[in-house]
Write a protein that binds this ligand. Structure first.
Ligand SMILES: NC(=O)c1ccc[n+]([C@@H]2O[C@H](COP(=O)([O-])OP(=O)(O)OC[C@H]3O[C@@H](n4cnc5c(N)ncnc54)[C@H](OP(=O)(O)O)[C@@H]3O)[C@@H](O)[C@H]2O)c1
Length: 262
């Protein structure tokens, strides 16, 4: 299947590792030009070099802390200078930590949204007017199954992801007449760098041994294994492609059947 991505230009936030890096690699293999965005300059430059070598694609990187408005603006300006325009924006930078609700002070609660939702919104504030002016664009937001289901110790994760899903659906409606398609991809327990870290945090919050938490989380997965970053990247790439031209406002689960809701 020709995905029609050759020559398309894309921003992938969080493109320096894990799911974001797999998305960048897949877009590059399909002939898209990609701007990787993350904070850690050394890891970003290393990812760019490896991806250029592995895919032979046109890959650039821009160091930005998307908690800062000026960085989000500079990311968009730099990408337009580099590629001429932006066809695809993938919001993937964000690391939400589980927390016990009782430990969430007023200040901590306000900061919860800075871990993911506000990063996404900040990028879109600059990407959307550019796409509106061109009457074309694809936006893909990485959400998470916790946004669809309640979870006693995943409240910050859940509220961020619920908000990302609402943002996706609402923007899809708001931007449809501008030719901009907005979708979410909804992963669950993907085998990434920070999975060990998350298991350790869940163990600390629940007061149970990490091995027990890990076993319980894995036992609950219908396919009996974690997902792979590539499995998420393939769905993101399809949604960015010409083959998904009538898909907008959707939330595509890549969770191995883990979500309980219909
Ligand atoms: N992994 C899973 O099991 C899973 C499950 C459900 C949903 N998700 C969602 O999928 C997305 C990617 O998850 P992941 O596991 O691949 O994440 P990850 O391994 O933690 O990678 C996060 C990426 O975002 C960048 N980043 C973080 N904060 C940033 C900031 N303030 N400004 C710019 N870049 C920033 C990181 O680079 P720097 O640290 O260098 O900035 C890194 O490239 C997230 O939205 C996550 O919530 C993941």
């Amino acid at each position: 299947m020709d995905l029609g991505l050759s020559g398309q230009s894309a921003i992938v936030t969080g493109g320096s590792r894990s799911i974001g890096r797999a998305i960048a690699a897949t877009l590059l293999r399909e002939g898209a030009r990609v701007m990787l965005v993350a904070r850690d300059r050394a890891r970003l430059a290393a990812a760019r070099a490896v991806l250029a070598q592995e895919t032979g694609g046109d890959v650039y990187c821009f160091a930005a802390d998307l908690e800062r408005d000026a960085d989000a603006r500079a990311m968009v300006e730099n990408t337009i200078q580099t590629f001429g325009h932006i066809d695809i924006h993938v919001n993937c930078a964000g690391t939400v930590n589980p927390a016990d609700f009782a430990s969430l002070t007023e200040a901590r609660w306000a900061a919860v949204f800075e871990e993911k939702l506000n990063l996404y919104v900040r990028c879109l504030r600059y990407v959307v007017p550019h796409m509106q002016a061109r009457k074309a664009g694809r936006i893909i937001n990485l959400a998470g199954v916790a946004g669809r289901e309640g979870g006693a110790i995943t409240i910050p994760v859940g509220v961020n992801n619920s908000a990302v899903l609402n943002l996706t659906k609402s923007l899809a409606r708001a931007l449809a007449r501008d030719g901009i398609l907005v979708n979410a991809v909804v992963p669950h327990i993907i085998d990434t760098d920070r999975q060990d870290e998350t298991m350790a945090k869940l163990a600390a919050i629940s007061g149970k041994p990490e091995a027990e938490i890990r076993k319980k989380r894995l036992d609950e997965l219908p396919l009996g294994r974690m997902g792979r970053p590539q499995e998420v990247a393939d769905v993101v790439t399809f949604l960015a492609s010409a083959r998904a031209s009538f898909v907008s406002g959707a939330a595509w689960h890549v969770d191995g059947g883990a979500a309980h809701g219909i």
